[in-house]
Design a protein around this ligand. Structure first.
Ligand code: ZN
Ligand code: ZN
Length: 351
């Protein structure tokens, strides 16, 4: 019996090793990266042409009306000294300042007037950030979700300089080096890589986590660098920053399962119309609420709206649509809030 089974076992072993060559993660492509649960974040040429037609040859694309498009503003109330709470300020778009235990973290810092490679064209900022770079407290840590212009801004990074330590997805270290940032202050991470940022007696555990998006700053570098969401875990408070993402019903449940208790989710709600084009890479408010529930966050903060016209919905539409999505899901405002630009809220740590 054994003698007859042995060759079979050898065949099975050989087949097994052939089928699983070198354990390449599902999001690593031959060249660059890809989404494990969506093939179509590029939308295809037909969809692209439909959007170009909408954008440039129809009146379906919104334009800025200063009387109508007034995003609520508030004065930041930054942390001063130690507190039992985490202090969270929406600077604008995807830029959030999180202050806890004396460690200041800034997400996707973008303080410029245009989300574009050039200063004379591309999406213009219609709502200025709540603070200037000079008004920020000392920034210890910066996390970058991906290299799109509304999330990674050269002028802002130059202004921040070697002050912070930068945690970035795979492939982005060279971008920082080329802009004169000390390479010892830039850490590239793959999905589920972990690092500890130690500051005095305190430490922050950073984990790069998945998202469903894409990358590129020109016509030739599509998906060459990775995109990511981030867990920022203090010993008594965990933030999860989504960056930019579309929805699928796998990744966010996995993130919730693996990270444990998430006290605050930071989730995008804007840049989602037209759906036939935007859906794979940008959630709408309804899907943002689903992400909030999938990760099991105690509370969430809505970002990625109100600053740039990146898509076909109105500037304030995501805020109103979030209110409707919350009502539909039966959750209170405090559980998934759209802050005013500059608004600060404090969230209790777990002790
Ligand atoms: Zn993006
Ligand atoms: Zn974006």
């Amino acid at each position: 019996m054994t003698g007859r089974l042995a060759p079979l076992a050898i065949v099975a072993l050989a087949w097994g090793s052939a089928a699983l060559p070198a354990e390449v993660p599902a999001h690593h492509a031959d060249r660059g990266f890809r989404n494990p649960y969506s093939d179509s974040v590029s939308g295809g040429a037909g969809n692209f042409l439909r959007v170009v037609r909408m954008r440039f040859f129809s009146d379906m694309w919104p334009t800025y009306d200063p009387a109508r498009d007034r995003v609520p503003r508030a004065t930041p109330a930054l942390a001063s000294g130690a507190s039992a709470n985490a202090t969270v300020t929406w600077v604008g778009h995807a830029t959030v300042l999180i202050q806890h235990q004396g460690i200041n973290v800034l997400t996707d810092p973008m303080f410029s007037d245009r989300a574009s490679p050039v200063s004379f064209a591309g999406p213009r900022r219609v709502t200025r950030p709540a603070l200037t770079v000079g008004e920020l407290p000392p920034v210890d840590v910066v996390v970058i979700s991906h290299n799109h212009y509304d999330h990674l801004d050269a002028a802002t990074v130059k202004a921040l300089g070697d002050g912070p330590v930068y945690y970035v997805p795979l492939g982005l270290r060279r971008w920082f080096e080329r802009r004169g940032i000390d390479s010892g202050r830039v850490f590239e991470m793959d999905w589920w890589d972990r690092r500890y940022h130690v500051s005095g007696a305190r430490s922050l555990r950073l984990t790069a986590t998945p998202s469903q998006h894409f990358s590129g700053r020109s016509l030739t570098d599509r998906n060459e660098t990775l995109w990511a969401s981030w867990s920022l875990a203090w010993d008594d408070f965990q933030v999860w920053f989504a960056g930019d993402t579309g929805y699928n019903d796998r990744q966010f449940r996995e993130i919730g399962d693996r990270l444990g208790k998430i006290d605050l989710g930071i989730v995008p709600i804007g840049a989602y119309e037209p759906r036939f084009f935007m859906r794979p890479a940008h959630v709408n408010p309804e899907e943002a609420v689903r992400i909030h529930q999938d990760i099991g966050a105690t509370a969430s903060l809505a970002i990625h709206w109100g600053a740039f016209f990146l898509s076909a919905e109105g500037l304030l539409t995501p805020m109103h649509a979030l209110a409707a999505a919350r009502a539909e899901a039966g959750i209170p405002e405090s559980e998934f809030a759209a802050f005013a630009v500059g608004e600060t809220r404090r969230y209790p740590a777990r002790r």
